[in-house]
Design a protein around this ligand. Structure first.
Ligand code: ISE
Length: 334
């Protein structure tokens, strides 16, 4: 049984505590911490864990074999580095960290430790829909040429800023495209057109992000934080021999009062419920087996590095080159 400590027991952290306690096997939550003592106490009561005063003491505890980092983005680096120093496997929520430099420090520390200790929570790789589109590429639709993506949140949180639309949201599509196409991106362009009146003062929302892969595949991403619709994502790949539309998860369609309606949740944790379960089960299994696989710290680094190039493109208004980087042998070919 893997004894797991969770740093950040609020919204997303609590959903992981619940899935490990109720849905998955092989793991048990033994430790929790949160800057909000109420969240920590509530989570601990739910799963029978002990509350720790901070992430550092939780990571150091002999009651913890592996760690989940689900605190806010700017705190990830310190906790992940502490896990590496303690030799404890860690599943860190995306983004791995908030800057290219901080992600690089994580990659360097992991390589210096000499074994893979970091997995990044890019859960969309585990979604059946995205997997089906990936399978169609180089298969049913032939060589991919263009990919259209949409990523809509219903509304942003109070401190949401335009950079977050790229570094916290579009980072998913960046990771997906690297994973689906098996290559990095070579240019980025970002367009902010007319802004939705639902966004806050000065917020550029929606954005259109254009990426070009190393082999020339064109990717467009509509990222819309205040769509007002609900949480929804779409992906259509255009290949040499055909087009693959990502299937929507099955939803109940109710016909009543002269209308046909399907409920759309506001919550990405609902949309990706099964994907999260697969990711977390794999993490537990891999901790037991003693070897972690992708999404790796290198994937987390490349996603944030590419997102930062997109932010530069947002401010420059031009086509931003993304300098190619050599993948260290340490991260294998996955
Ligand atoms: C949010 O922070 C997430 O983590 C979701 O996965 C993402 O889809 C959403 O856009 C972000 O705001």
């Amino acid at each position: 049984m893997v004894r797991i400590g969770v740093i950040g027991a609020g919204d997303i952290g609590f959903s992981h505590i619940r899935r490990i306690t109720e849905d998955l096997h092989g793991g048990r939550i033994t430790a929790v911490t949160d800057i909000d003592e109420g969240h920590a106490a509530q989570a601990a009561a739910f799963c029978g864990a002990r509350v720790f005063p901070d992430g550092e003491s939780l990571i150091a505890s002999p009651e913890v074999d592996a760690v989940i980092v689900a605190s806010w983005d700017a705190t990830h680096e310190g906790y992940v580095l502490a896990c590496i120093a303690a030799g404890k496997p860690v599943l860190c929520e995306k983004p791995l960290s908030v800057s290219e430099e901080s992600c690089r420090r994580i990659v360097d520390a992991e390589m210096a430790a000499g074994r893979r200790l970091v997995k990044v929570g890019f859960m969309r790789r585990y979604d059946e829909g995205y997997r089906a589109v990936r399978d169609a590429m180089y298969g049913a639709i032939g060589q991919p040429l263009i990919v259209h993506c949409a990523h809509r949140n219903k509304c942003g949180y109070a401190q949401h800023c335009t950079e977050n639309s790229v570094k916290n949201s579009t980072v998913h599509e960046i990771d997906l495209m690297r994973w689906m196409l098996g290559e990095d991106m070579r240019t980025a362009q970002v367009f902010a057109g007319r802004a939705s009146s639902r966004g806050g003062e000065g917020l550029k929302d929606p954005l259109t992000v254009l990426l070009e892969s190393e082999s020339g595949v064109r990717i467009d991403v509509e990222v819309f934080i205040n769509s007002g619709i609900g949480y929804e994502v779409h992906c259509t790949a255009v290949g040499e021999d055909g087009v693959a539309d990502m299937p929507e998860p099955a939803r109940l369609a109710v016909r009543a009062a002269n209308q046909k309606a399907e409920y759309i949740s506001d919550d990405w944790k609902v949309r990706f419920y099964h994907a999260y379960n697969r990711l977390f089960q794999q993490f537990i299994d891999e901790v037991q087996a003693g070897c972690l696989t992708a999404p790796s710290a290198w994937d987390g680094f490349m996603a944030t590095y590419t997102a930062e190039c997109c932010v530069k493109a947002l401010y420059s208004g031009g086509i931003e080159p993304i300098a190619p980087l050599t993948r260290p042998d340490f991260y294998g070919k996955e």
